[in-house]
Design a protein around this ligand. Structure first.
Ligand code: ZN
Length: 132
């Protein structure tokens, strides 16, 4: 595993894109909506890892709920894996809980699944694998 990206919840992608472009000294390399998840994302390359800014696309979005409860900030840590199916099996056998049964399509050409924060010290952990 490696840290593939950090997900950061933001109120305004427009404002935060300006801020992160200034902070990182480079523009985002893509902006992408994932309608099923109710999010609009913006990605920055940072060495081998990335920063993913997440804006709520509608009031029902999990990001909207997160912002209401916790405000802006780090939303999840994503671990990049080679074989997401094998990692899910390994982690289930080790007693970890997941937020869904199966991986699904995420942003940036990835298969993704989230672990339940209750089983990971309160941190929302995403596993992601590059789609073949
Ligand atoms: Zn993510």
């Amino acid at each position: 595993m490696k840290i593939e990206h950090l997900g950061i919840a933001v109120k305004s992608l427009q404002k935060s894109d300006e801020l992160f472009a200034k902070l990182l000294g480079k523009e985002n390399y893509k902006q992408e909506s994932v309608e099923r998840e109710g999010v609009t994302t913006s990605f920055y390359e940072l060495g081998d890892s990335k920063i993913e800014l997440l804006e709520a696309a509608n009031p029902e979005s999990p990001i909207a709920k997160f912002l209401d409860k916790r405000g802006e900030g780090i939303h999840h840590v994503a671990f990049g894996v080679e074989n997401i199916g094998a990692e899910i099996e390994r982690l289930k056998a080790a007693g970890f809980q997941f937020l869904s049964e199966e991986p699904k399509d995420g942003a940036d050409n990835k298969l993704i699944i989230f672990l339940h924060p209750k089983s990971t010290n309160g941190i929302l952990v995403e596993l992601c694998q590059e789609k073949p």
